[in-house]
Design a protein around this ligand. Sequence first.
Ligand code: GDP
Ligand code: IMO
Ligand code: MG
Length: 431
Amino acid sequence: MSSVVIVGSQWGDEGKGKMVDYYAGLADAVVRYQGGSNAGHTLVIDGKKIVMHLIPAGILREKPLCILADNVVIEPNTLLSEIGMLKDAGCNISPSRFKISARAHVTMPYHIMVDHLREIKRARAKIGTTGRGIGPTYEDKAARRGIRVGDLLHPEVLKERLEIILDDRNYYIKNYLEETPFAFDKLFDEALKFGEQLAPYIDDTSLLLWNMCRENKNILFEGAQGIMLDLNGGTYPYVTSSNTTPAAAAVSAGVSPAFLKNIVGVAKAYTTRVGEGPMPTELNCEVGDLLRFQGGEYGATTGRPRRCGWLDMVALRYAIRYAGITSLILTKIDILSGFPEIKVAVAYEINGKRYDEFPYDISVLYEAKPIYEILPGWKEDIKGASSLDELPENARNYVNWIVERAGIPLVMLSVGAQRGESIEAYNPFKA
Ligand code: GDP
Ligand code: IMO
Ligand code: MG
């Protein structure tokens, strides 16, 4: 029995999708455990780009059972179009390959509306959300006025719950957001139809996973977003509305935390962030533009240009500590080819004082000026490299420099977007 949790170690978009696709080839199940269609996980297989928002990236491998666990929030239209896209691509997405937890919550049309209108109303204080209704869905879950996927299968239960919930939400929509309230009948009919379409996939996924654990299966957990966007540990309030930490995988899947052993953090060789909030190493200059251009740094979900900057080792060390990350995957190292020198933030200067540790207070963080260490760059294209020895010396030194300061071993180096462009140091399922 073995488990691997893949988590983003920065502000999301570290290349988790590519890595989940890689390890899914070794897994019996792949479990997405938080977030919703705010995620955009990109895979490039045989030159074809596929972006997954909800269904685990493991679905493109033949074997693993793919699961959306309890703490995922599911927008049915997005899910159904993803199922359709996969079917069109010839992928087997039968109910024997894909399961949705009956305990997962449904993102309703009013959640998406509230997300949009709040961002407009907040204007200067907006979060820069993906507009997928994520915050309002988790908010309703915590307020115990959510609709669960399992409710979609029970018309009487759904009717009673939706009547009460809509009364509450429509009051807010009409009186605070000054928008037209939702009509019950349309929402109810749509929800029932979604229930009918999704019924074959809905199950008690915690029981399925418990049985798989007892049968010594390999389980891969797919995190979305990143540790710096975690509801507790991230740069609050500029975070997402779920816990992105690996501990959340056990809570969501309904398996013992003791089962989670190999916590693999994915980090880009530089930093990106989408949306608002502090980002100490952000480069508002041609170097940042070059990182964005070379790295294709545009949101996989919203298409927004990602904010780009040098690697922030203060934030990465914090993420490793906070989340309990036990090994590291470095991605997009190939994007740095051609930069004459590469900077890495090793500490911050804030109001004349040196900070070696990541501050919890964002008003302090907004004042942070990175203290950089400068490493020499390399010119060679490294996309085709198949071992660490094949890398130019300066590239190898950069990787070793990061790994040493991270204090955890390197599992994998990703040197290109394509499925095969990876250098494996060891197999985390066997660690
Ligand atoms: P995720 O949300 O963490 O799965 O990451 P995204 O898919 O949003 O963004 C990562 C982007 O980088 C995608 O376009 C990937 O295809 C691409 N990518 C992943 N790893 C590498 C790599 O090592 N090199 C290059 N050049 N691109 C990569
Ligand atoms: P993946 O899984 C990068 C960011 C949004 C915004 C904040 C809150 O592809 O790494 P939300 O819609 O969740 O309420 O937005 O979180 N965000 C992401 N940034 N990658 C993601 O997912 C993200 N999901 C949410 O830009 O700043
Ligand atoms: Mg992404």
